[in-house]
Design a protein around this ligand. Sequence first.
Ligand SMILES: *Cc1c(COP(=O)(O)O)cnc(C)c1O
Length: 471
Amino acid sequence: MSDRPSDSEDLFALPQLESGAPKSGFPHPEMFPLAAYQIVHDELLLDGVSRMNLATFCTTWVDDQARRLMNESIDKNIVDKDEYPQTAELERRCVRMLADLWHSPDPATTMGTSTTGSSEAAMLGGLAAKFRWRKRGGKGIPNFVCGPVQVCWEKFARYFDVDIRQIPLRGDRLTMHPDDVAAHCDENTMMVMPTFGQTFTGLFEDVAGISQALDDLQDKTGLDIPIHVDAASGGFLAAFTAPELVWDFRLPRVKSINASGHKTGLAPLGAGWAIWREAEDLPEELVFNVDYLGGNMGTFNLNFSRPGGQVVTSYYEFIRLGRVGYNRVQSATYSVARHLASGIDDLGPFELIHDGDPLRGIAAVSWKLRADQTFNLYDLSDRLRTRGWLVAAYPLPADRNDETIMRVLVRHGFSRDMADLLLADMRRSLGQLDKHPPTVPLTREEAGGFTHSATAVVSTETLRHAAGLDR
Ligand SMILES: *Cc1c(COP(=O)(O)O)cnc(C)c1O
């Protein structure tokens, strides 16, 4: 390290900032913290503005108290239950609160855990179903039946050697339809897995209808197939804004639910939940005991060390907002979504798929292009990017991947005014595309990588599998 820079020295004139940042090979020399900070800080200026990232489902706005609690918890490991018993206690309170919110028959005694997000929670829900199936005498490789899923379920299937049976889309049906479920189930079906707030369109799948279809199947064949609900973003919405929708533990067949605290739960990134209907629905083989205040506490996670701040901040959000506050926040986002949807409809070239109706889906808008346009949705996405808006365009999943759609997630912090600014930029972009029609429309890859990461990827494996099931 060269001599300490004096106060009068200009940061950008330091030798360390004259050469580029180390990029490969572990660097040898030290750097002043301020110089290193500036290099990292400045490089990140090229990232998109998170609140203008309308492709993400995740929290991009938190209040000052949440930031303070995150900062105060930065050094606490949630796995150290004995050392940080109150963080552990807050997690247990959150589990009981969510079990209550989602109508578990006995919220005080049921099982649940925080996770890093819905992906980990999905793996845990899926593993519990696999263990229960095996306990009932299942042999070989089990399967689960679902509609178009988020990529974490493809991962779960591959990592844990389970068959995924995605019911192919048909025509205008963009969700798993109850009528199609029974035909895909057999004695090796360990669960049916509806998505409550689909990644592609934002639409809710009909959990109650699917449960009824499985009741009918049981009456006919004796097969008793449980449901796990992927409520990644729907779980923290419908519970407040559409309480009459029955999708949760009110249905006895629903044995477990995953949700992302860091999406509509309003917690910062890194928060998810897996909750079981009753304690007996979580097989004991999945539970490991750790020391806790001289006693024992069951843990069931894929990670060992994990930051504690996400749970602390989730608890803060739960008690700060309560049912009344969550209802107000989520109703406001839905109202912005509906306003945006009607504005998009008025623009002309689009056909809405989901208009932000709280009874039909999450606070999002999705749409497709009417036929015979001189541009495609990737061109539009690219134009909007010049103003800083990140709006995902992507093909629908298997069997309907001839169709491209666009989607905006309306989240806490996306105001009506921002929606109007976006609409004005959409109108301007359409004018430009009209005046200068692209001679060669953009492809998905050219439109930018973010469209890819914004949605689930349907693997060729799934396509093959779906095709096989059709036979
Ligand atoms: C986001 C999402 C996931 C993955 O959740 P993470 O919290 O990002 O791990 C799974 N399923 C659905 C339906 C989602 O929207």
